[in-house]
Write a protein that binds this ligand. Structure first.
Ligand SMILES: Nc1ncnc2c1ncn2[C@@H]1O[C@H](COP(=O)(O)OP(=O)(O)OP(=O)(O)O)[C@@H](O)[C@H]1O
Length: 234
């Protein structure tokens, strides 16, 4: 359960700019997708959910915990997967990274190795566990980053373009994995077929939610918006 209550984001570095206009909404569906053009505000919106970014006005709460005042509880409840896996894989190998997450959750040392192995196997990346993360492909790293975040069983998974770097086979694998998760998942994507697999879709444009509802209607509106973009604008 995620609640935005008049939550907006402004920057004030030199020139004031509104990144997210104040919005009020509750996200309780199992699968929520967020679509929109480059720079529309999707990642900013996602980062507000786990407190990576505090709202400049209003508030965001997860299971009733305010992201600003209960940051620790919120980060525990919300696992966040970044678009760039290297920004979250901090250890030399995947195995060490998974075990580090388990250690941060105070899992006893003797249980970390078998539990980590289980998670890596479940995601089909056990064979990559001891390779340097720098020797892995972008897609391999992305699946590993997902495994590391899910190893600690967050109540909500927030994923910023989790299939962007993946080939067809891995794209299908991650999508079916996400479909099978018990927890709520909120994700951004440029893959409209993936968005159609969600229960609810938000369309973001210029820092505002311009549509919130059925995925098929959202995708149709987004296609219209994209077709209407004037030449010269990205
Ligand atoms: N800390 C910041 N300071 C100033 N501007 C920012 C900051 N963070 C993001 N922006 C701007 O806010 C806008 C929205 O960025 P955001 O990353 O949320 O877009 P996005 O919809 O996720 O885009 P993409 O699809 O390209 O990933 C962009 O114009 C970006 O340059």
């Amino acid at each position: 359960m995620i609640e935005f209550r008049g939550a907006g984001v402004r920057t004030d570095d030199g020139e004031a700019r509104t990144l997210i206009h104040p919005l009020t909404l509750t996200l309780a569906e199992r699968r929520v997708s967020v679509i929109g053009g480059n720079g529309s505000g999707k990642s900013t919106l996602l980062r507000m959910i786990n407190g990576l970014l505090a709202p400049s006005e209003g508030s965001v709460a997860v299971f009733g915990e305010d992201t600003r005042t209960a940051g620790r509880a919120v980060r525990r409840a919300v696992g966040f997967v970044f678009t760039d896996p290297l920004s979250q894989l901090v250890m030399p190998t995947g195995r060490e990274d998974v075990e580090l997450s388990l250690r941060a959750r105070r899992l006893p040392a003797a249980e970390r190795r078998p539990r980590g192995e289980d998670v890596l196997r479940r995601f089909g990346v056990a064979h990559l566990a001891d390779r340097s993360i720098y020797d892995l492909s972008g897609g391999e790293r992305q699946i590993l980053a997902l495994a590391v975040v899910l190893a600690v069983e967050p109540r909500i998974l927030v994923a910023d373009e989790p299939t962007t770097l993946l080939d067809l086979r891995n794209d299908a694998r991650v999508r079916s994995l996400i479909a099978g998760l018990d927890q709520q998942v909120v994700f951004t994507t440029h893959n409209l077929d993936f968005a159609l697999e969600s229960d609810r879709t938000l369309v973001v444009d210029g820092g505002r939610i311009v549509f919130d509802g059925a995925p098929a209607d959202a995708v149709a509106l987004y296609r219209e918006l994209a077709a209407a973009v004037p030449d010269g604008r990205p």
